[in-house]
Ligand binder design. Structure first.
Ligand code: LP5
Ligand code: MN
Length: 245
């Protein structure tokens, strides 16, 4: 994207962890080489592999990531984060340390005159009934307050256990139920009166044309960063999905 044209960037599903240093390095380069030329960077969830509370800012990787975002924000790039299913406990301390503003989910942004609905994407996977049940439990504020009262090491151990269970359970789920439900997508377009939706979570990067009540809408799906990573760049002329080499 032309650096001189005002544009905004969208990323998600980086799953940053000290166990995948190559992906972390790719992200730090992306901030310097690419995001620094944008007017806004939107991080639409699952930025971290697992976030068990803002006291996890003490980890070297987490503080380095927050500091790098802060440096970007101080150069004048607006930085936004949205919760994903891995990092729904990102809170005020993270925002203060990173200079990022937390967006509610869903959020409608005015992108160069085009109303654009932003989501992580997990809420659209309504066929994954077990997951939606689990989601309601962990998004409950009383559940979260009780979880956050536990010691950090205990929360980490629970998150690890949950990750293992999730991987096992996913192996038994049909791939279709882990994708978005077409009816849920249409309902989201309708409810928010948007013609464009950007989300991540499914790790199936693509642009889908969707017709909603006769109106042409588009759904952009962001890539994960396990292998190469990539981002969506939008300006007044539209959006482009760019995979990193
Ligand atoms: O992220 P992805 O694509 O791998 O999988 C998701 C769904 N899984 C999850 C769980 C996350 O992977 C792990 C989140 C770590 C968060 C840390 C903070 C909070 C810690 C809370 C500790 C209790 O979101 C997966 C979906 C998939 O997306 C596709 O959409 O299918 O959903 C599941 O696998 C959930 C199961 O279907 C149902 C939940 C079973 C609960 C088992 C309880 C085990 C508790 C262990 C705690 C000690
Ligand atoms: Mn996700």
């Amino acid at each position: 994207m032309d650096a001189l044209v005002s544009h905004s960037l969208f990323i998600s599903d980086l799953h940053l962890t000290a166990e995948r240093p190559a992906a972390n390095e790719r992200f730090f380069h992306f901030l310097k080489d690419t995001a620094a030329r944008a007017e806004a960077l939107y991080i639409l969830g699952d930025f971290f592999e697992a976030w068990v509370g803002d006291d996890a800012l003490a980890y070297p990787l987490h503080s380095a990531v927050a500091a790098a975002l802060k440096a970007l924000a101080e150069r004048g790039v607006r930085v936004y984060v949205m919760h994903g299913n891995r990092d729904f406990l990102l809170g005020e301390d993270f925002c203060r340390a990173s200079g990022a503003a937390l967006l509610p989910e869903p959020h409608v942004a005015d992108l160069y005159g085009q109303s654009t609905l932003l989501m992580h994407g997990d809420a659209l996977c309504t066929d994954d009934v077990d997951y939606q049940h689990f989601r309601r439990m962990v998004r409950d504020s009383a559940w979260q307050a009780a979880f956050l009262r536990r010691p950090l090491a205990e929360r980490e151990a629970m998150a690890r256990e949950l990750r293992n269970r999730s991987e096992q359970i996913k192996g038994d789920k049909r791939p279709e139920i882990m994708d978005v439900n077409a009816g849920a997508v249409e309902a989201a377009f309708r409810r928010h009166g948007a013609r464009r939706l950007i989300h991540g979570h499914t790790h199936r990067p693509a642009r889908h044309g969707v017709s909603v009540d006769g109106a042409a809408c588009e759904r952009w799906v962001l890539p994960d960063w396990y292998e190469t990573g990539g981002y969506l760049a939008c300006d007044a002329n539209g959006c482009r999905l760019i995979m990193l080499a």
